[in-house]
Every structure is written in C-alpha cells, then in structure tokens.
Design a protein. Sequence first.
Length: 222
Amino acid sequence: MTARATGDPSHCPVCTGAEIAPFLTVDARAYWRCATCEARFLAPRHYLSRTDELAQYMLHENDAHDPRYRRFLAKLADPLLARLPPGAKGLDYGCGPGPALAEMLRAAGHKVAVYDPFFAPDPAPLSATYDFITCTETVEHFHTPHAEFARLRALLQPGGWLAVMTCFQTDDARFADWHYRKDLTHVVFYRAATFHYLARVWGWDCEVPVKDVALMQRPLSG
C-alpha cells in the first residue's frame, strides 16, 4: 500500500475498509478508491465548509413542481412504489428545499416525513421508525457515509426498504471530466457493486432495478 502523507485518509468512509489507495488528483483535489467496496471518494481535507456547502446547494434548481424533475425522481419512485404495501410510513432523508419526492409518495397514499440537515433540520423524524426511507441525490454528499448508513438502518423497521438514487460511477478513465465529480458538494462516488457489497455485509437484499437506483431491504428477522 502506498505510504500516506499527512492528512490522507486511513480508511474508506463507506465501508471502513483499510484497502484504499490514491486514485486521482484533479483540480487540486485528491481522490481515493477502495478495493473492498469499490467506492471512490474525496480526501476529507478538501471538503467544503458548511457555509460554502449551503451556498452551492442554493444554486441548484430542483423545482418540486417541474414535470422534468418529477420524471427524474420517478426512476426511484416507480420501482419503490411497486414494492410498498398500502399506506406505508416513510422518510425522505435529504429532501432538499423542495421535497417533490415526498409529495409524489404522499399522492400515492403513503405517509412521508422529511429531514434535511440544511432545509428541514427538525430532528423529530429521526426518533421514529419507518417502512421505507428514500435518499435521492443525497448519499454522494455524506461526509461520514458509514455513520449515515448506520443511522438509516436503525430507522428502518424489519422488512423495510432503503431506496437510494445517485449517479453510479462506472468508468475510471472518464472520472476527471465527469460532471458529477465537478459538483464540489459531491464527496463520495458509488458503484452498483458498492451497494451490493454493503447489503451483503448488513445481511440485506439489494436490487438495482434501473441504473443509478439501489433498493435495499432489511430482512424481516433482522
């Protein structure tokens, strides 16, 4: 393993594995990769401050009433809805300033709470448990993904679904020019294999019904 300089990560922030190595330095930002879960991630020394991170989020244009944005969210909503029982209770984790997905799921007859550390910071929803949790365009922002996933697992009832949508990283040769990398708030990049690995470790099932969507189900006995 390559010797690490001061400030380099010692483990993968997703799976906590130590089999990590430098991946790429581009735009003066150092990226690493994990041989265990296959995630790629930014060295923490390059993370934005909370103030700068919020400023970046305010530049996003995710109108909850935009039909195109709703079609985009339907990539996750449609396969998730096909698996939910009537009247399920859910949490949209990382809902952003316009919780369009929560509205779509409510319109389908489900009860949906919202939480976002910037735009819906009331911690009360984190004291309940749920039949499903959605994370759309959220997990790539996690500074401590291992801890975030542990929190989400604890919030799910047995048999519940964790539904994640993020742009899967697939081609190392195109990483430097990838639009997803260029968003300064994106610090972790997942592959489909990453979610399959996590599910195996947790003892859960994992499906990838369409590209960029992972549906992970907690077992009834666990």
